[in-house]
Design a protein. Sequence first.
Length: 151
Amino acid sequence: MKFFVLLLLICYGFPILAQIDNENPPWELEAGEASTQAEMNRLSFSEGAIADSVMNVLYAEIIKIANENLQNQKVENSDDANFTRNRRRLKKAIIIGQKQFLKYRKQLTAVPNLAYEGGSIRPYAVNLVYKDATVGRIKLLQSYMDEYFEK
């Protein structure tokens, strides 16, 4: 079922994202399916990959809406020009923030990677930090969408 949700996200984008149940998000897979460390490692990797896909779809939708808003904005006076300039800066700030987040997330995962180096739990610990950071970013992007980029 979770794989099907991921496939829908990738194929159809944000409209599906709006229907995600935050009480049961697609990146939270059934832990009962994993009984060995190797299975837990694979499961945690899948959870991180799903969260990453959701984040990428949401980010792409924000940029798409920002571009549409800029294209549709008519400049008739100085207030309109200021608004348009502000929207361009907002879009640029979100793009820069996303690039910086990706670097930051990589650094976050370096800690458990080094702490558990050589251990069988290392992939699980790295994947958990990766997923948690990504879920935090999803929540922030969702708040941006709600606050600044309503369609």
